[in-house]
Design a protein around this ligand. Structure first.
Ligand code: AHG
Ligand code: MN
Ligand code: MN
Length: 334
C-alpha cells in the first residue's frame, strides 16, 4: 500500500494504542500492547511460510488439555513468552499450552500486568492452510508488592483491562479493545506495520450466521437442539445461515463483521463444553460486549464467571446480543 496516497490520516497501531490507552495506564501498558503486536508479526511471518518451513505437523508432546501439540502451538507459545518475560511489564502469564502459571524469571523486574493467552487457536486447521489465530487478555495484578500468583490469573472477564485476538487469514489482523470499543488493524506485509482498518467494530443487525459444530447434534440437550432449530427457521428468528470454520477466532471475526453467534454448548456427557474460560471465552465475550454483543455460558454473562482453575472449560454462546439472550431464554435458565 502506498500510504502517502491515502487522503485520511495514517493511524499505525502504535499511534492508536498511545492515544487510546486505558485510564490510569501509562507507558507500560502501551509497551505491552506493542510487545503483543510484535509477537503477532513474528507468528504471522512463520505461518505465512508454513509448508515451506518445517513448521507443520505435531510437536510430539501432549499439552495439559490432553491434546496433541502442533509445532506451531509450541512456536507461538514460545514467541509470546520470550517477547514478554523480560520487559518488566508483567508479573505473571498463563498459556493454554502450559499447565501452571508462567512466573517472570528471577532476575527480571516484575510489572503490574497479567497476560493470559491462547497462543495458537484452531490447531486442527494449521496443516490444511485454513485461518488460525491468537487470543489474549490483560488484567492488572491484584497485589503490586508481590510477584505474580495464580490468583492474579484467576480473575473474571469483567476485570479485564484489555483483550484481543490476531487472525492469520487472507491478511493478518489484530483486533483489540481496552474498554473503549473494538478496533481492527491489518498488517501491511510490505512495511511490517499494523494499520487501522476497522475502527469501532459493531455486530451488525440483522445477523447473518450461526457457527457451531453440527456433528455434535446427538450430544446436545433437547433445549440446545430447539435453540439450534430456532436459529435456522424459528418463527421470529432471523433465519440464519450456517458457517463453521473450527477456529474460534476466525468464526468470531466473521460473525463480528457479518452478525451472528458462535456456540460451543454444553454436551450431555461433557456439561462443561470445550472452550477454555480464561484465554478463549472471556476475552471474546469482553470484545463482544464492547462491540454491542454479548457472551453467555447459557445462564449468565461469561464475564461474571470467576475461573477456579487455569484451564477451566465453559459452554459458550457469543455474538449479537439478541441471539445470545434468546439462547439463555430457550435454555430455560432465565
Ligand atoms: P485450540 O486450537 O486453541 O485448542 O482451540 C480449538 C477450539 C476452537 O478454536 C474451535 O472453535 C474449537 O476448538 C473447535 O472444536 P471442534 O473441533 O470440537 O468443533
Ligand atoms: Mn483455542
Ligand atoms: Mn490453542
Amino acid at each position: 500500500m502506498d500510504i502517502s496516497l491515502q487522503s485520511k490520516k495514517i493511524v499505525t497501531i502504535e499511534r492508536f494504542i498511545l492515544e487510546n490507552q486505558p485510564v490510569n495506564a501509562r507507558g507500560d501498558f502501551t509497551n505491552l500492547m506493542y510487545d503483543i503486536a510484535l509477537a503477532a508479526k513474528v507468528i504471522a511471518h512463520k505461518t505465512n511460510r508454513a509448508g515451506l518451513l518445517p513448521i507443520l505437523g505435531r510437536a510430539g508432546a501432549t499439552n495439559v488439555q490432553g491434546e496433541d501439540q502442533q509445532k506451531l502451538d509450541v512456536y507461538a507459545d514460545d514467541v509470546l513468552y520470550k517477547l514478554c518475560d523480560h520487559t518488566g511489564r508483567l508479573c505473571v502469564m498463563a498459556s493454554e499450552e502450559r499447565e501452571d502459571i508462567i512466573p517472570i524469571p528471577e532476575g527480571y523486574e516484575k510489572g503490574k500486568y497479567v497476560l493470559v493467552y491462547d497462543p495458537l487457536d484452531g490447531s486442527s486447521n494449521i496443516d490444511v492452510n485454513v485461518s488460525i489465530g491468537t487470543i489474549f487478555g490483560i488484567f492488572r495484578t491484584l497485589d503490586l508488592d508481590r510477584r505474580g500468583r495464580l490468583e492474579d490469573c484467576l480473575q473474571p472477564g469483567r476485570d479485564l483491562l484489555a483483550a484481543g485476538y490476531v487472525l492469520y487469514g487472507s491478511s493478518t489482523m489484530l483486533v483489540y479493545s481496552t474498554g473503549k470499543g473494538v478496533h481492527g488493524f491489518t498488517l501491511d506485509p510490505d512495511i511490517g506495520e499494523f494499520l487501522l482498518s476497522h475502527e469501532n467494530m459493531r455486530f451488525p443487525e440483522p445477523p447473518a450466521y450461526y457457527s457451531v459444530n453440527h456433528a455434535y447434534w446427538p450430544r446436545w440437550s433437547p433445549q440446545v437442539q430447539a435453540y439450534m432449530k430456532w436459529l435456522r427457521d424459528g418463527d421470529d428468528s432471523p433465519n440464519l445461515s450456517e458457517r463453521y470454520i473450527g477456529s474460534l477466532v476466525a468464526d468470531f471475526h466473521r460473525n463480528l463483521l457479518r452478525g451472528g453467534v458462535f456456540l460451543y454448548p454444553a454436551e450431555l456427557r461433557k456439561p462443561q463444553g470445550k472452550l477454555r474460560l480464561l484465554y478463549e471465552a472471556a476475552p471474546l465475550a469482553y470484545l463482544a460486549e464492547q462491540a454491542g454483543g454479548y457472551g453467555s455460558d447459557g445462564t449468565q454473562s461469561l464475564l461474571n464467571v470467576k475461573p477456579q482453575s487455569l484451564h477451566q472449560r465453559v459452554p459458550a454462546y457469543i455474538g449479537n446480543r439478541t441471539l445470545v439472550e434468546k439462547a439463555e431464554a430457550m435454555l430455560g435458565t432465565k
